[in-house]
Ligand binder design. Sequence first.
Ligand code: MTE
Length: 388
Amino acid sequence: MNSRRNFLKQISLGALAATAAPSILTWALPQQHSVNVPGEDGMILRSFRFIDLETPVEYFNTWLTPVPHFFVRNHMFEPSELDAADWRLALGGEVEKPLTLSLAELSKLETHSVVNTLECAGNGRSLHRPQVPGVQWGKGAVSTARFSGPRLRDVLQRAAVKSSGKHVMFRGLDEVPGKVPPFIRSIPIEKALDADTLIATHMNGSPLTRHHGFPARALVPGWVGAASCKWLTEVKVLDKEFVGNFMSPAYRFPNQPGQPGEAVKPEDTHPLTALSVKSVISGPADGASLKAGKVSVHGTAWSGEADIAKVEISTDAGATWSPAKLGSEQAHYAWRLWSFDWKPGKSGEYTILSRATDTQGRTQPSTAVWNPSGYLYNAVDQVKIHVV
Ligand code: MTE
C-alpha cells in the first residue's frame, strides 16, 4: 500500500514538475528494475487516480512502440507488491489436473513471440458524437510491441482441459478500491487455444514493466486490449462465459447500429472481441502550418485479426483518393506504417484524410458506429493543415 501511495505521490509531483525535473520520477521495482514513469516522457495523462496514459500520435513513427511510449490503461490501482519469487499462477476450473506455476516454471516452457497492436476498446471515445462518458481518449490508446512468453495453450494442455471447458477466465492482481468489481474477464476456449495467445512475460525483449502487467499478462492478439489481463494470477476454465461487470455491462457492443444518442438494451449487445479496421495520420499534425513543396503524410493502420490491404489518402477532403505506400515491416496482428508523398499545388487550407481497407474487404467508414460506451471508434481519420 505504501509503495502505491509513494508512487502516486511521485506521479503527482511529476504532473506538476514534469518539464522541470523529469529524473525524480524514476521508480524502483522490487527486482531492481528501474522504470521511468512514461508520463514524464511526453505521454498524455488521461486519468490520474488509476494511471491512464495516452501515446501522442507523433510517436506512431516506429513499428514497435518503445515501452515508455506504450499507452497504459488501468481500471484500478496497480498491485503495490509484485515479487517475482513469490508470484504464482493458479490454473483450475474445468481441468483434470489443476496446477500452480512459479515464474521460474513458466519460463522453462517454450517461448513464442507475437508482434501485436494492442488497442483499448475506448480509443477515440472523445471523437464520438454525441459524446459519451468514460476516459476521453483521443487517438493514442493504441501501441505495438513484440510480446513473448509461453503459449496459453501449452499451459492449458498440462492442466488437461475437460470437454466441459468452453471459456477461459483471467484474474489480475489489481488492488480494488471500495466497491469497484475486480478486473476479471473471459475469452472463448477456441481463442485461448490459438497458437498466438500467450501468457506474456516480455515486451520488446525485456521483462514486462509494472504498468504493463509484470510479471505475466494474458496476450490475446487482435482483440480489444481488455482481453489481455495484466498482473495475471489465475486462469480458470469455465463451462460458460464469465458473468461479471467487465463482461457485462462493460465491453459490449450493439448487435445492430442504432440512432446516435439512443440507449441500447443489454440483450441487444454482444461482448467485444476483435478490433476494427482503422488508420491514423501521425503527421503532419492537425493544425500544422507548412511551407509549399514536398509534404510527407504518414501514419499507421491496423485491423485486429485481419491484415491491411491498402491505405488511401485524400488531400481534397474526400473528393479524390490515392494509395499510400505501405511500410515493409509487417506481422499478422500488427499495425502497418504507411506514407504518402504529396506536393500541394497552391497555398491554402487542406483537409487530409486517411482510409484503410483490410484483407476481409472491410473499409474504414466515414462515420463510426455510435454506441453508448464509445467503443471501437474507427471513422476515416483527418487532419486540417495550412500551406503557406
Ligand atoms: N488487466 C488488469 N488486470 N487490469 C486492467 O485494468 N486493463 C485492460 C487490459 N488488462 C486492465 C488489464 C485494458 S482495458 C487494456 S486496453 C489493456 O490492459 C491495456 O494494456 P496496457 O496498459 O499494457 O497498454
